[in-house]
Design a protein around this ligand. Structure first.
Ligand SMILES: Cc1cc2nc3c(=O)[nH]c(=O)nc-3n(C[C@H](O)[C@H](O)[C@H](O)COP(=O)(O)OP(=O)(O)OC[C@H]3O[C@@H](n4cnc5c(N)ncnc54)[C@H](O)[C@@H]3O)c2cc1C
Length: 312
């Protein structure tokens, strides 16, 4: 008899966790998926997903998540609502702590995802998905020929401003400082776009309100040095002020990069044997549904091989 309650415990029911659940279920492993909120993760906040293969007309985030959950349930995955508060890795099993409860897992898959940092400006929450976006790859093509804004000054803000130049007629780049933090090479490319009139940079500026009736129509800006206020008409605003991994419950358990994302190898193995990570929570290049799904499949397959070796 195995010395654990579940062969695999998966933490987080976004696309990475749900895919890991489908693969673990089909491998006939006793698997529990723990989710603190609602299945689907960040996808539930997405109106229309247009870049996930197999849906040429796009699919709503809700429907995609629901289909993934039903598929996982069909293969016997057990779901529970609960927040994992702590993890205690061990040589024979790993302890997963919830409020007032402890579970023993033969292998663990961390799929707790990440969240985009918010500006906290009035209108931001109300217009998310209606002109406020945190993902240029996802929503850039919706703004063909439009005037839009980008907020931020790091690598992502600069890279995605250049990417958005392919679609938008004009981009207002709003940065709260008087110099960018991003790579010099990226800065040069953005400044070259500024010379051509495609990009207009608003230094020392912050967005203090996102305005509109049914969708974004304008930004209220404030210059932090002069205090001057202005109104900028735009069809959309992309906010790139950072992404935070959901890893506070993992401190000291597995190796994390300098931003708190989990280090893994190509098989999704973390620094601790039997603990895998998949999706946005990983230290990686591209955080998308397609990559989360791929990670989840690999993590479940690797966990299955790990358990087989352990029991030999
Ligand atoms: C507004 C928006 C639009 C997007 N649009 C697209 C798009 O069009 N195309 C695309 O490919 N990608 C898009 N993305 C990105 C995509 O949603 C993510 O890459 C993807 O959801 C990552 O999946 P994941 O499973 O790794 O993590 P997540 O989706 O972040 O899911 C993680 C889950 O873990 C849960 N969790 C966290 N901590 C715990 C804990 N301690 N205990 C239990 N549960 C926990 C969370 O509640 C969450 O449900 C978008 C993202 C956003 C925010």
């Amino acid at each position: 008899m195995p010395a654990w309650d579940y062969d695999i415990v998966i933490v987080g029911a976004g696309p990475a966790g749900l895919t890991a659940g489908i693969y673990a279920g089909r491998a006939r492993l006793k698997t529990l998926l723990l989710e603190k909120l609602i299945h689907g993760g960040q996808v539930m906040t997405t109106d229309l997903v247009e870049n996930y293969p197999g849906f040429p007309e796009g699919i709503s985030g809700f429907e995609l998540s629901d289909r993934m959950r039903k598929q996982a349930e069909r293969f016997g995955l057990e779901f529970r609502t609960g927040e994992v508060l702590e993890l205690e890795p061990g040589p024979e099993h790993h302890l997963v702590r919830l409020q007032g409860e402890e579970l023993r897992a033969g292998a663990l898959i961390i799929a707790s995802g990440a969240g985009y940092r918010k500006l906290g400006a009035p209108g931001e929450k109300e217009f998310t998905g209606k002109g406020v976006s945190y993902c240029a790859t996802c929503d850039g093509a919706l703004y063909r020929g439009e005037t839009i804004a980008v907020v931020g000054g790091g690598d992502t803000a600069l890279t995605d401003t250049l990417f958005l130049c392919r679609f938008a007629e004009k981009i207002h780049l709003i940065h709260r400082r008087d110099a960018f933090r991003g790579e010099k090479f990226l800065q040069e490319q953005v400044l070259a776009q500024e010379k051509q009139g495609k990009v207009e940079i608003h230094w020392d500026s912050v967005v203090h309100e996102i305005q509109g009736r049914h969708a974004v129509e304008a930004l209220a800006l404030k210059n932090v040095k002069t205090g001057e206020e202005s109104r900028l008409p735009v069809a959309g605003v992309f906010i790139f002020v950072g992404i935070t991994p959901n890893t506070s419950w993992l401190q000291g358990c597995v190796s994390l990069d300098e931003w708190g994302f989990v280090f893994t190898d190509g098989e999704m193995a973390t620094s601790v044997p039997g603990i895998y990570a998949a999706g946005d929570v990983r230290s990686k290049l591209l955080r998308q549904i397609a990559t989360a799904v791929g990670d989840g499949a690999i993590a479940a397959f690797a966990a299955e091989s790990y358990l087989e070796h352990l029991q030999r």
